[in-house]
Design a protein around this ligand. Structure first.
Ligand code: ADP
Ligand code: ASP
Ligand code: MG
Length: 450
């Protein structure tokens, strides 16, 4: 294998949802000889079922019903394989492991226990996809990502160890690539004690980018259910249109501010190693997609609009903040201790409002009772939920006259709770009530892109 032509292909949940979808993906892999590593998500719906098992107190009957729903998805794929006896044994063994973990409710009280269960979806889909690839005539091997994707022990949101990943990938994966396509699991890794960790919801994109970096790949393809990155989420407005190109900076902003099509950290390895990233639809590969690269032919003021749901606003207030230095560092010290990252900040004489991301289905809620208790020791605390963050992503947004006034014109009729110019020239964000965010995005889109 010539490492100058290495491509990593990642297929998301809908792309590996069933046998027919997997066949489309296998054709994409077979059509590009540079694709030697394939990263798969769990089949659509499976991780949601696993999160349900991990996070909710269910009756034995509910647990069994949920496992049955997962089995149905996996067996429907298995049954379409020609020669499936050996794969059936492996799948059954994974399902027994899953069932044991799901019924061990005590174990599920820890984030470590939850991750051991959450990894099962990718372990099953990678097993099945390897067989589909072989059936398409491609020499393929199922490879356990946990041998390479080393992280810290922050279960539910592991931080990858870039150096170890590079070492392990070069030793364990690279030599095999000449002979076989390695099919591996997105989203999962392991810590220094070889305990399973996960990278946060949607983390398979991040896995693909990390492996692209570790193996010195030139390109990383994210195959999903849309024909590229759009001007906004096409589920919000049908006027959204796919973008042929994006810069690393723009894509990173979009991912950070809620464009679900890319996990927020995906662009970080791509940026470090200048790896071009492609986003396209596995159902319609002939329609092309978006290429994300260091430089673009154009740098428009407005490129896209994103929305991040489930934002929490925390207001901390103390009369002693008046003239007091050090109050903010206390507040941020508490948040840092709990590994909370803050997005928007506004201050007044005696209060500070902060927004914090609280993603649904995440393994753990970010702002919890302990954090509030710690903050209450130094100030009054008000927590408000039910907000969305809407962001306009573009270029030179700080330096050109009129760029923001056009945005405000579109938002004239809306009540904006917080407004924030990004610390870089690529974004401008607004906190709005969640029941208005669809309209806010639609109105902005109509003004800026239609
Ligand atoms: P996968 O399972 O393949 O990882 P995701 O559901 O995570 O797929 O991401 C694809 C979805 O992202 C699309 O179906 C679309 O609704 C959503 N999305 C949000 N913002 C954008 C955007 N700007 N462009 C394209 N898709 C977007
Ligand atoms: N299966 C995981 C999830 O649903 C990871 C991924 O799909 O990227 O979040
Ligand atoms: Mg995704």
């Amino acid at each position: 294998m010539n490492s100058t032509t290495l491509n990593i292909a990642k297929f998301g949940g809908t792309s590996v949802a069933d046998f027919a979808a997997m066949q489309n993906c296998a054709k994409i892999v077979a059509s590009n000889p540079a694709t030697r590593v394939v990263v798969v998500s769990a089949s659509a719906g499976v991780t949601n079922y696993l999160v349900d098992l991990a996070n909710n107190e269910l009756t034995t009957e509910q647990i069994n019903n949920t496992i049955a729903s997962i089995e149905k998805i996996e067996f429907a794929i298995l049954e379409k394989l020609n020669d499936n006896a050996a794969t059936q044994l492996e799948l059954q063994s994974l399902l027994s492991e899953l069932s044991e973990l799901a019924h061990n409710t005590k174990n599920l009280q820890t984030d470590e226990g939850k991750d051991a269960l959450l990894c099962m979806g990718e372990r099953m889909s990678s097993l099945l996809f390897t067989e589909v690839l072989k059936q398409e005539g491609c020499a393929a091997l199922n490879f356990d990502a946990r041998r390479v994707i080393k992280t810290d022990s922050q279960f539910g949101q592991g931080t990858p160890d870039i150096e170890q990943i590079a070492d392990h990938a070069k030793q364990l994966m690279a030599p095999a690539l000449a002979e076989q396509v390695l099919v591996t699991q997105g989203f999962i890794g392991s810590d220094s004690n070889n305990k399973t960790t996960t990278l946060g919801r949607g983390g398979s994109d991040y896995t693909a980018a990390l492996l692209a970096e570790a193996l010195n790949a030139q390109t990383c393809e994210i195959w999903t259910d849309v024909i590229g990155v759009y001007t906004t989420d096409p589920r919000i407005t049908n006027k959204a249109r796919p973008l042929p190109e994006l810069s690393f900076d723009e894509a990173a902003e979009m991912a950070t501010f809620g464009a679900k099509v890319l996990h927020p950290a995906t662009m970080v390895p791509a940026l470090r190693k200048n790896i071009r990233v492609f986003v396209g639809s596995s159902r319609e590969p002939e329609k092309g997609g978006t290429w994300i690269a260091k430089d673009c032919s154009q740098e428009p003021y407005y490129r896209a609009i994103t929305r991040r749901k489930d934002q929490v606003m925390v207001t901390v207030k103390t009369p002693s903040m008046l003239y007091a230095s050090g109050f903010l560092s206390h507040v941020f010290g508490i948040l840092a201790k709990h590994q909370i990252s803050v997005d928007l900040v506004t201050t007044s004489e005696i209060s500070v409002s902060l927004t914090i991301d609280n993603p649904p289905n995440s393994v753990r809620k970010k702002i919890n009772q302990q954090i509030i208790k710690d903050l209450r020791e130094i100030c009054e605390v008000v927590v408000e939920e039910g907000f969305d963050l809407v962001t306009v992503v573009g270029n030179n947004m700080h330096s050109e006259a009129g760029v923001s006034s056009r945005i405000f014109q579109a938002l004239n009729a809306h009540n904006l709770r917080m407004i924030c110019y990004g610390a870089n020239p690529h974004n401008m964000s607004f906190l709005v009530k969640e029941d208005t965010s669809n309209q806010v995005v639609t109105d902005l889109h109509s003004e800026l892109f239609e």
